[in-house]
Design a protein around this ligand. Structure first.
Ligand SMILES: NC(=O)c1ccc[n+]([C@@H]2O[C@H](COP(=O)([O-])OP(=O)(O)OC[C@H]3O[C@@H](n4cnc5c(N)ncnc54)[C@H](O)[C@@H]3O)[C@@H](O)[C@H]2O)c1
Length: 299
């Protein structure tokens, strides 16, 4: 019997794509699943599909940027299933690619709110319930390969995903004494509708008439970039594999979950560039006295 069996998982953005795939994989492990999403229609399709697989499901329409929606989700989940053991902070959006000066502030705010604040609100609301029952659990944050290094023309998206990796690294030791295992999923391209994220953009973040989610007013270069992105996503990994990979990795208690081993070399180059920069700092006469100083806050 899997250690996941009978436990309760909450998956944000669970109506489709990677979130749905994770919810399905958890249900196949015998977990009770709560899927939440801003897209009510797609959520109902997903609920039905999970039930068809024999899952015990609760579907909750919500917006991850609204903390009161998280509280409502917690109450509904506890009313139906009694406990919460796993939170998968998956809901996320991809803003249109654009240069520094062309990315508008509403798009920045949208991506920051959904991809970053959504994760913070979800974690702050549900972790206390996960601590309370003392049975331990799992916190799985969905970042991206963009969390492992800067992606040009995607500053807002990259900022949120680097932050999600960083928060996961902070929360991993913090939650260990509570037997809550933290993992951060960092996929490269997966075949989902991420490139059409603006389909569910909340009114508050729309910026007519030059909303960058529409192709009107975009330069040929930006349009070409968007077309290229669409192609690599269409050629991306099947989301079903991502869900199964998450199960495999959490059972192995992995902090970083990778789905694209072909990106290893790129991440190694970044790690080497950082290490080389330390080596130069070590050699600087300005800093020689720092080498014997105590290291604080890093294990
Ligand atoms: N597809 C990829 O190539 C890829 C790569 C790396 C990381 N990711 C990450 O994976 C996660 C899932 O994305 P996906 O690729 O499955 O995309 P998707 O667009 O197929 O699914 C995202 C889901 O999140 C929901 N959602 C969006 N805004 C929401 C909000 N405010 N509140 C609640 N739900 C909301 C959507 O309705 C949708 O069901 C995201 O965090 C994304 O950044 C995706």
């Amino acid at each position: 019997m899997s250690e996941l069996e009978g436990k309760v998982a909450v998956v944000s953005g669970g109506a489709e794509g990677i979130g749905f795939s994770i919810a399905l994989s958890m249900a196949k492990q015998g977990m009770k699943v709560v899927i939440s999403d801003i897209d009510a229609k797609q959520l109902e399709i997903a609920r039905q599909a999970l039930e068809d697989h024999g899952a015990d499901v609760l579907a909750i329409e919500m917006d991850v940027v609204k903390i009161e929606d998280w509280q409502n989700l917690a109450e509904q989940t506890l009313a139906k299933f009694g406990k919460i053991h796993m939170l998968v902070n998956n809901a996320g959006v991809g803003a249109s690619a654009g240069s520094i000066e062309k990315t508008n502030h509403k798009d920045w705010q949208w991506v920051l709110d959904v991809n970053l604040m959504g994760v913070i609100y979800g974690t702050q609301t549900l972790v206390p319930y996960m601590k309370q029952h003392g049975e331990g659990g799992w916190l799985i944050n969905v970042a991206s390969m963009a969390g492992m290094g800067g992606v040009p023309f995607a500053g807002a998206y990259t900022a949120t995903k680097v932050a999600v990796v960083g928060m996961s690294e902070s929360w991993h030791p913090e939650l260990k004494p509570h037997n809550i295992q933290v993992s951060v999923l960092c996929p490269a391209f997966v075949k989902t509708r991420i490139n059409l994220s603006h389909r569910n953009k909340q009114d508050d973040y729309k910026n007519p008439p030059s909303d960058s989610s529409s192709s009107a007013g975009l330069s040929p270069k930006t349009l070409a970039m968007a077309e290229h992105m669409q192609k690599v996503i269409d050629d991306g990994l099947a989301p079903e594999i991502v869900g199964e990979r998450v199960v495999e990795a959490i059972l192995a208690k992995e902090l970083y979950i990778f789905t694209h081993p072909n990106y290893r070399e790129g991440v190694q180059k970044r790690s080497k560039a950082i290490d080389d920069a330390f080596a130069r700092a070590e050699k600087s006469p300005l800093l020689a006295h720092m080498l014997d100083e105590e290291v604080v806050g890093f294990s």
